[in-house]
Each structure stands twice: as structure tokens, then as C-alpha cells.
Ligand binder design. Structure first.
Ligand code: C2E
Ligand code: CA
Ligand code: CA
Ligand code: CA
Length: 287
């Protein structure tokens, strides 16, 4: 279509694209896409900054749309939240991911010198109000034979701002069982830092906007100060810090010096099929 030239180039605008897709039935196709088996999950490694080893992976859902090809979550998660599909979809993602974690953990036990991999799964704010969340999560872990501490649920900072006790209760129960709760996109939500103490979180996931400032060399000194401050605050509250969007070795080095614990980003690996994790951990074990 691009060779047609002229104004057609403007269709490359993602927003125009989204509108086109919406008109062409994304809204009507979504509710049944789960039954048709059109979703799949890519996994992106989480790397320990201290020794460079792969410690786990984040599950990122995609929709293989029969007409439009692979759609990223930004294209359909808001719609899934709006229609309520997010609850069964989120449960499906959790179940698949936990089973995948089980497979990885078995491979590690089978003579491989890798640390047992953990799995991070995103939780939509809509799932927090689902009364079945804790029961379903426990069931999924038990059925797969995976210990709760192999699982980390990522909840965005904005979903928890001003959250009352009712909203926090299921997270607290999961945390008490040993599931890690990570505060995703941290630093974008203007949350009161003192507020962190009342949240049942054990990990801060520093938003990509902070790592972006470290792409140029020398890095923006204000960004460095901010990250340094967040890391020391987090550590003083016994929270681990994960950074996302690490695209260069220079960024990784800088973040390591600043004391961040875990990193994720294209520098290490793009999200990919689960087999990619096998290769990465195999390299670790032999290298
Ligand atoms: P997120 O949780 O902040 O996930 C990180 C996003 O950053 C992913 O986008 C990932 O592909 C991208 N990314 C990773 N490394 C780099 C990098 O080095 N540079 C850049 N520029 N980007 C990087 P993705 O896969 O498109 O997911 C977008 C968002 O969709 C996620 O943001 C998450 O909020 C949501 N999402 C994904 N899967 C699920 C799911 O199963 N359930 C729910 N509720 N939300 C999901
Ligand atoms: Ca996330
Ligand atoms: Ca734990
Ligand atoms: Ca994030």
C-alpha cells in the first residue's frame, strides 16, 4: 500500500490505524478471540544486574488477529477492560504463564546450573476488584505445582494511588502467601512516597522514562540523582528495584552503579517465545 504514495502514507499513523481497526470489527471480534485461541504470550527476560544472569521473565500478551496480524496489548487491553473480557483474559495469561514457569523450573532442576526462573504477570486494575482473584490465583499455582514465591504480579502505580483497604486486601492476602507484588511504571503516578509503606509491594519497577534520560552520554545528572534517590529510598523500605526499557550497555552499567537490582529491556532481549528463555539460561549455565 505504501507504493501507492500520496496521502495514503498517513495511514501509517497508529491512531488512524487503531480507528480503522476499530471500525473493521476489533470491538466485535475481541469478546470471542479468547475462545478462538487467538491470544499468545511473549516472554521478556529479567536480568540480575549484579551478575547478568536471567532470573525470570515478564509475560506480555499479544493478539494474533486473523485479518490484522499481531496486535500489541496497547491496542486491545483498554478495550478488554472496557468490555470485561480482561478478567477471563487475565486469568488465561496467568494460567499459561504459571505453567510456563513450571516448565522452566523443571528444566533447571534437571541438571542445569541455572537459578529457577520466576514469572511476572501484569494485573489490570479491573482484576483487583474481581472477587475470584485470590482463589483463582491459588488454584492456578496449585494445579501447576508452582510455589507462590515463583510468581510476581505487576500492578501499576496509578491503579493503587488512593487505593482503599478493600482494593488492597486481595493483594495483601497474595503477598502474605509469598507472591511478590511489583509496583509497575513507578514514578509516573505522582504517588506520595510515604504511601509506599501501606502498600503490600516488595518490588518497584522504575518506569522507562527514567532510563531514557540515561541513553545519552554523559547521562542527565538530574535523572541520575532522582534514580539514586529512589533506589536508596526503596532499599531502605526493603523493596527491590527493577528497571525497564534498558536499551544500551551504557544504561545497564549506569543503573548497576546506581544500585538497581534487576533490569529488563531490548539490550538483553526483546519479548519472544518461551524457547528463547531456554537458550538464554543455557548460555548462562555453560558460560
Ligand atoms: P509494561 O508492563 O510497562 O511492559 C513493558 C513494555 O515495554 C512492553 O510493551 C515491552 O515490550 C516494552 N519494552 C520492553 N523493553 C523495552 C525497551 O528496551 N525499549 C522499549 N522502547 N520498550 C521496551 P508491550 O508488550 O507492548 O506491552 C505494553 C503494556 O501492555 C504493558 O506495559 C502492560 O501494561 C500491558 N500488558 C501487556 N500484557 C498484559 C497482560 O497480560 N495483562 C494486562 N493487564 N496488561 C498487559
Ligand atoms: Ca509490566
Ligand atoms: Ca516473595
Ligand atoms: Ca512498566
Amino acid at each position: 500500500a505504501k507504493s501507492a504514495g500520496g496521502n495514503r502514507f498517513e495511514l501509517a499513523d497508529p491512531e488512524a490505524d487503531a480507528r480503522t481497526i476499530t471500525r473493521h470489527g476489533l470491538t466485535t471480534a475481541l469478546p470471542t478471540a479468547l475462545d478462538r485461541g487467538e491470544f499468545f504470550i511473549e516472554y521478556q527476560p529479567l536480568v540480575h544486574l549484579g551478575d547478568g544472569s536471567v532470573r525470570g521473565a515478564e509475560a506480555l500478551v499479544r493478539w494474533l488477529h486473523p485479518q490484522h496480524g499481531v496486535l500489541g496489548p496497547d491496542r486491545f487491553i483498554p478495550l478488554a477492560e472496557h468490555t470485561g473480557l480482561i478478567v477471563p483474559l487475565g486469568r488465561w495469561v496467568l494460567e499459561q504463564s504459571v505453567r510456563q514457569a513450571r516448565e522452566w523450573r523443571e528444566m533447571c532442576g534437571a541438571g542445569r546450573a541455572c537459578a529457577p526462573l520466576r514469572i511476572n504477570v501484569n494485573l489490570s486494575p479491573c482484576q483487583l476488584t474481581d472477587p475470584g482473584l485470590v482463589r483463582d490465583t491459588v488454584e492456578i499455582l496449585e494445579r501447576a505445582g508452582v510455589e507462590p514465591d515463583a510468581l510476581c504480579l505487576e500492578v501499576t502505580e496509578s491503579a493503587l494511588i488512593g487505593a482503599d483497604d478493600d482494593l488492597l486486601k486481595p493483594l495483601r492476602r497474595l503477598a502474605d502467601m509469598g507472591v511478590d507484588i511489583a509496583l509497575d511504571d513507578f514514578g509516573t503516578g505522582y504517588s506520595n512516597l510515604a504511601n509506599l509503606r501501606r502498600l503490600p509491594v516488595s518490588i518497584l519497577k522504575l518506569d522507562r522514562s527514567f532510563t531514557r534520560g540515561m541513553q545519552q552520554f554523559p547521562a542527565d545528572p538530574v535523572d541520575l540523582k532522582i534514580v539514586e534517590g529512589i533506589v536508596s529510598l526503596a532499599h531502605s523500605l526493603d523493596l527491590a528495584v527493577t528497571v525497564e526499557g534498558v536499551e544500551t550497555g551504557a544504561q545497564a552499567e549506569q543503573l548497576k552503579v546506581l544500585g538497581c537490582d534487576t533490569a529488563q529491556g531490548w539490550y538483553y532481549a526483546r519479548p519472544g517465545p518461551p524457547e528463547r528463555l531456554h537458550e538464554l539460561t543455557l548460555v548462562d549455565a555453560t558460560g
